[in-house]
Write a protein that binds this ligand. Structure first.
Ligand code: PLP
Length: 375
């Protein structure tokens, strides 16, 4: 067997980002300054959503959005167990209760019919996720949210480039929250942004991300000293000019990079379609192709992960169903079978290496080793 090393993910930050960073280092502002504003405008134009607020992470963005909308103790937030823990944790941070709805077994996306079944008099918001880079059924979720008077918040950590039926993240939701964490399709190591059509939310988030203070440092700079005032208890949670300078050049090549990930996904699918023991997830709309998950036979994942690891292949699990993780299991005592589709995907999924420019021979190598491992 040819031993290769196939990384799970590789960023492609390079000369353009270094040039952009150099420009920022030549100015006064390293943290919340003018380049954050430039990035916010560019992201807003790219999404076609009027307001964007740069924040320090998607996790804090979700937390601040729920907080800004007044979601708190006694409230319920319906969300998906097939996500990263940040999603339901955001509800816990504001003292609300995350209530899980099951997912579509073919896509892993939150199932709108189960969302309706989980609505109670205490429900305040639906918090959906564009899993793996594919827009979930936001149209249907918006209809449900409007019918029951709920907020619709999109966790768009995987989905900046996603589009479905002419919709982008943030088009229909009350807010969409993005992540620029190290492995995301746009990255500044850490960072995030909130997109919204709601000007009041925009203004509130600008204050909340800056300790609840009336004016940020950049807007007070120049001329005579200007006092600031603390208007409410906020957070330390803004995107920085250093991060914005890394993100700005990536916006120009985001679509080209998405297309290259799609080419790799199509190559994987061509090699793996019809292979016994490998199930492909269903694709809907234009995916950002953040992750490429497959399902392997029940009870065999750990053994397959060991074989792929021994072959030098980097894999990840996105995700074990959140209600089965220790903290959630002990706190909410939901049996695995309460959310059977999420539990099933969570016990069988493996994400294979994916990044723009992954060599076709690496994709072939991963497929060969996977096919051997499931045989
Ligand atoms: C679906 C999802 N939501 C939220 C997050 C949290 O993002 P961040 O690391 O920017 O807080 C992640 C990051 O891994 C994610 O995958």
């Amino acid at each position: 067997m040819i031993q290769r090393k196939v990384d799970f993910y590789r960023h492609d930050l390079g000369e353009a980002e270094l040039d952009s960073l150099r420009e920022t280092l030549g100015t006064t502002f390293l943290t919340l300054g003018p380049r954050v504003g430039v990035f916010e405008r560019r992201l807003s134009e790219a999404l076609g959503v009027p307001h964007v607020v740069g924040v320090s992470s998607c996790t804090l963005g979700l937390h601040m959005v729920l907080y800004a909308f007044g979601v708190g103790p006694g409230d319920e937030v319906i969300t998906t167990p097939m996500s990263f823990i940040s999603t339901p944790n955001a509800a816990l941070y504001v003292g609300a209760t995350p209530v899980f709805a099951d997912v579509d077994p073919a896509t892993g996306a939150i199932d709108p019919e189960d969302v309706v079944r989980k609505i109670t008099g205490r429900t305040k918001a639906i918090l959906c996720v564009h899993l793996y880079g594919q827009l979930c059924n936001v149209r249907e979720l918006r209809t449900i949210a409007d019918r029951y008077g709920l907020l619709l918040i999109e966790d768009a950590a995987h989905g900046f480039e996603a589009e479905r039926d002419g919709l982008r993240p943030g088009t229909l939701g009350d807010a969409a929250v993005f992540s620029f964490y190290a492995t995301k399709t746009l990255t500044s190591g850490d960072g995030g942004a909130v997109a919204t059509s709601n000007p009041e939310l925009d203004a509130r988030l600008r204050r909340l991300r800056n300790h609840g203070v009336s004016k940020d440092a950049a807007s007070r700079y120049g001329g005579a000293y200007q006092h600031w005032d603390m208007m409410e208890l906020g957070f330390k949670g803004a995107l920085t000019d250093i991060e914005a300078s890394l993100l700005l050049p990536q916006l120009d090549r985001a679509e080209a990079r998405r297309a290259r990930r799609q080419a790799a996904v199509e190559h994987y699918e061509e090699r793996l379609r019809g292979v016994e023991g490998v199930t492909l997830m269903r694709r809907e709309g234009k995916s950002a192709h953040h992750l490429f998950p497959v399902l392997v036979p029940r009870g065999r994942r750990e053994e397959i992960l060991v074989k792929l690891g021994q072959a030098g292949i980097g894999c990840a699990i996105n995700y074990r169903a959140i209600h089965t993780l220790t903290y959630y299991r002990e706190r909410f005592r939901l049996p695995e079978e309460a959310l059977p589709n999420a539990a099933e995907i969570g016990s069988r999924t493996i994400s294979l290496p994916l990044w723009p420019g992954i060599p076709p021979e690496d994709v072939d190598y991963v497929c060969d080793r996977l096919i051997e491992a499931v045989a």
